[in-house]
Design a binder for this molecule. Sequence first.
Ligand code: NDP
Length: 473
Amino acid sequence: MILTDLGADVNEAAKCATIALVIEVLEPATEQVMAKVERAGVEETDAAVARARDASPSWREIAPDDRSRILHGLADELERRGEELATLEARNAGKPIADARGEMEMVATCFRYYAGAPERATGKTIPVAGGVDMTFREPLGVVGMIVPWNFPLVIASWKLAPALAAGNTVVLKPAELTPLTALELERIALEAGIPEGVVNVVAGPGSVCGKRLVEHPDVAKVAFTGSTEVGRGIAAGAAETIKRVTLELGGKSANVVYADADLDAAAASAPSAVFGNAGQDCCARSRILVERSALDSFMEALEAAVDSMRVGDPLDDETEMGPLISADQREKVASYATGDAPVAIRGQAPDGPGFWFPPTVLAPISNDERPAREEIFGPVACVIPFRDEEDAVRIANDTVYGLSGSVWTRDGAKALRTARAIESGAVSINSNTSVRVSTPFGGFKQSGVGRELGPDALEHYTELKNVYYATEA
Ligand code: NDP
């Protein structure tokens, strides 16, 4: 529950200081408190699971066309309130308003895409001796969702929309740093006609509410996005009750630029692919692999692109990069770009309050060095030279992660060979995009388990049932 008006000033918010269990929600661009929210604990999590369990039978039994209509209504309402939600997300997550608007469009599109799913759900009939066998996709029941602070509502929608379409009820735990749009969504869902208890949001610490969702015997599945370290703990915790788990974890993706590519296009696109969302993006192409013969011209074009980036007030329409999410995150990011780090390009960042960090390029760097091996989750790119195609693929795959990646070349056959050889869930050719509502997204290796988005995501929110019907006496 949000205790203060979102537009309230700090003095207004301070009236809640007497309540012990509150989350003070900060605006990363100003370091000011923008809202106070009741902090949930185990008791509130259990109550949310109980509400979801009670709401489950009627939501799963609702006629497919009715469920579809309600989800379309939610998509309409999200579209209608897009600007309001975008502003809230931009302030709370420190992201440029133009990006936040795009994210809110994606949220509505995601609900719209899965709104059609209830009426498209089909099974198979399998001929067998003495009768017929039919398969059905059954909802799991209560699904727990744990989401991070980098794309708060977008990542929630990737889980909520298919889960609800498949007939599940949900308990969503947003990150404590960014709970506001999730709490709004809970309200909007009710207003759009989703029955009480179907969508429940608990805003509280991961180590308390998230952990409880993972342990709770009435939660059938946990869908998680966040760090590989926490994901590992969730997979281990879920084993106790044999919960279904999908994990969307970290990344250290390669952006492979061959010498025969359109270098200007590759260099113009590279900054947003790693500095977008201030680098706090699991898909960030934070390792830019450049064929050695093209290194100088690429670096020149990259420098011009980084210099022209507009870093500043998230609510300014022209802003391309905002602050980091927190002081802790800034400290972590800075640790990769100090001391002996070969800083080749450093862009601008505002002074004063706010968790600012300038877009930074380390070059040339070896894939064995710490900035190239660890997920920095900030605006720090590593440029790694390579010799030839074999070398590029070897370096791209020399990581524990495998989430996304890109290949830039004018040679179509080489592009496809490289894309197929990269051990990663989503690879783009002559583009740095990774995510579309209608196509699958997820990781190889330690970047995760399972897929989100696209038609296949529905399978992760259902169990396959087979029913045998004897037709012979
Ligand atoms: P976390 O993985 O800690 O947080 C992600 C979500 O998990 C949050 O909702 C968090 O809750 C929750 N959580 C934390 N601990 C537990 C637990 N024991 N059981 C269940 N849920 C838990 O990421 P951080 O926010 O700490 O970021 C650290 C690093 O993780 C980043 O620097 C980045 O490298 C990576 N990261 C990757 C993301 C991705 O999209 N792949 C997203 C975010 C981070 P709460 O924060 O409220 O305590």
